[in-house]
Write a protein that binds this ligand. Structure first.
Ligand code: SF4
Length: 355
């Protein structure tokens, strides 16, 4: 394996591409680290990025550590949704730092720009990230380096500080001009690509933090599929289409029950028994009646149908499809997320505006 001079946090966003290219343009070998978790990461795009940007890039799966960090409660709090941007950066940089010796590299690169994001890219936040990740002196931010203290690769002469930049603020003009200079064949859109910053995803994910003492990465994969219904600690994902049904079937694990209305095509539903959740027979029958109400053919019958429940000791049950069940199945609203995330997590500002 050839040694590298630097490891770069490579999200696939424009700033991360430009930061890596800026150091590579000085004749240094840069390896991009593309971090992957249930909330972000597009590992399927790595080969494409390598080809169009001329960079070496590898995936780095941080799913377990990331879910544990979120579950423990991020030290620096959450932004407008469930995004723990400062702790996220700290986690990635710590992992990148651990990888330096493996690749013969001596410093790290990130694409942060001073003042670009209110939560994680204020100067004080950039300094907190340096301190908590233990990367002071070895983390070079090429796009805004001239506004920050010199780093070791600059003082040693490995990197020419004169060829770094002093960008700041939220505008994109400087970045687009630089993309032009480097002749980038593709300019990614500014859209984030991190599910933790999206309201719809926060509604999917928050209940897991409320009702599971130790959520696992695979739980968030399930939370990403279909309609998500909760009744206290009881959880059910219901397919909206064939792709959802296929995805649900592929995710069935030993703690799960898969519901299907017998002989009538329609949605599947998957319930995962979270630790501490009491799934007695009454709860399973209730869930069967509820999921059957999403099956148009079962509803058209307007009478009892049989629901097969793989993973349940009784195997199947006859129910009348109904949305008025004993268990209060509901999809969490955004307002509930805003309120309940304060009970569970530290929140930055008003919890609505900062990223
Ligand atoms: S938006 Fe925030 S939480 Fe999401 S990947 Fe970026 S820094 Fe991490």
């Amino acid at each position: 394996m050839k040694p590298y001079h630097a490891l770069a946090l490579f999200s696939g966003g424009l700033d991360s591409i430009l930061a890596a290219k800026t150091i590579a343009a000085q004749g240094l070998r840069v390896l991009g680290l593309h971090f992957v978790s249930p909330f972000f990461g597009k590992p399927h795009k790595i080969e494409h990025w390598k080809a169009i940007y001329g960079l070496d890039i590898i995936p780095v799966d941080v799913s377990e550590a990331y879910v544990n960090m979120l579950s423990a409660g991020p030290d620096h709090g959450l932004g407008k949704c469930l995004n723990p941007c400062i702790d996220c950066k700290v986690l990635m940089l710590r992992r990148a730092k651990e990888m330096l010796s493996e690749y013969g590299a001596t410093f790290l690169i990130s694409g942060e720009v001073v003042g670009q994001r209110p939560m994680s890219q204020r100067v004080d936040a950039l300094n907190i990230i340096l301190r908590d990740s233990g990367t002071k002196g070895i983390l070079l931010r090429p796009l805004c380096a001239k506004r920050l203290a010199e780093t070791e690769p600059e003082t040693s002469g490995l990197v020419n500080r004169e060829k770094l930049f002093g960008m700041n603020g939220r505008g994109r003009k400087d970045q687009l001009d630089l993309a032009d200079v480097y002749g980038l064949k593709e300019i990614p859109t500014p859209a984030g690509g991190c599910l933790l910053t999206e309201q719809a995803s926060a509604r999917r994910f928050l209940p897991l933090f409320l009702h599971s003492t130790a959520p696992r990465p695979a739980d968030f994969d399930l939370a990403n599929i279909g309609r998500q219904y909760w009744a206290g600690e009881h959880w059910m994902a219901i397919g909206r289409n064939r792709a959802d049904n296929d995805a649900l079937e592929a995710l069935v694990g030993p703690d799960d029950m898969l519901f299907k209305v017998r002989d009538l095509p329609g949605p599947l539903a998957l319930s995962r028994r979270l630790p501490g959740a009491v799934w007695d027979d009454a709860a399973v029958i209730d869930a069967a009646a509820f999921m059957a109400s999403f099956n148009p053919k079962a509803k058209a019958i307007a009478g009892p149908v049989r629901v097969d429940v793989a993973g349940w000791s009784r195997g199947s049950v006859i129910v009348t499809p109904s949305r008025q069940t004993t268990l209060p199945w509901a999809e969490p609203t955004w307002e509930e997320v805003v309120e309940r995330k304060r009970e569970r997590f530290k929140v930055c500002g008003d919890g609505r505006g900062a990223q």
